[in-house]
Structure formats: C-alpha cells, structure tokens
Write a protein that binds this ligand. Sequence first.
Ligand SMILES: [Zn+2]
Length: 144
Amino acid sequence: MATRAPRKIEIPQEHAGALGIHLKHCLGLWEVDGLAPKIELRLSTRMTRTIGSANPAKNRITLAVWLFNQPQTIIDEVVCHEAAHLIVHHLHGTGLRPHGREWQALMRRAGVTPRVRIPLPHPPPVPKPRRRRRRSGLTRGLSI
Ligand SMILES: [Zn+2]
C-alpha cells in the first residue's frame, strides 16, 4: 500500500534560504523585521487552484509546491503577496478587505505592483476533482 504524501511539507533546502532572505527583505521594507522569525513558511503538495495562501492566526504562509516551477520573480512576488496579508493583520487587525488599500500600500513599498491575479508562465498541475471548495488564498484566475 502506498503511503500518501503529507499535505504540508517543509521547504526544500535549495529554496529555503532564498525564500527566507526575500521574506526578510520585504519585512525590512515594511519596518517589521522582528516578525521574520515568527513567520512559518510551509509547502503544500495539494494546492492546485491557489499558488499561495496566508494564515494570519497561525502566522503561516503556505506555498504550492509547483510555485518552484515558476520564475524567481513570480516566487518572490507570491512570498511578498502572502507576507503582506500577515502584516496587514499584524498592523491593523481583522476586518479589512484582503487586497484593500493597506495591503496594496505594503506591496508598493516592497516595489511590487499589487495584483491579485498573477499570470503564470508555467501552468499549474491539473487539479483533481474536489469534494469541497475553499475560497481563500491567492488565486490564479479568480478575484478573491
Ligand atoms: Zn492575496
């Protein structure tokens, strides 16, 4: 019997350093450097409809494993995008629009054009049929 891969896995060593550096870079630009050690970066092998998601309650960023098929600029943008969600929550609390003014301002401060849809040069894997829909996280083609 085959063992199922765990849903959440650690970031591969070859990517962990660069991701951490980029995350710290963004946090530095936002003057919240102290949060870097507290933010947890995880990978998901099951995310197919979203390339990344942020969980402010757990201070966690989850990235789709196929993100690493994309160019470095996309990887950096997604890390920045999700980190900005955590920082908006940290600075302003709950109740704001996910991609509202506060989030957009952080993206601009990081030198990234705020956008919810990121055109991907390399297509994601074909999603398997799902029993339930989850409407959270950075989408590929939907404004959520
Ligand atoms: Zn988002």
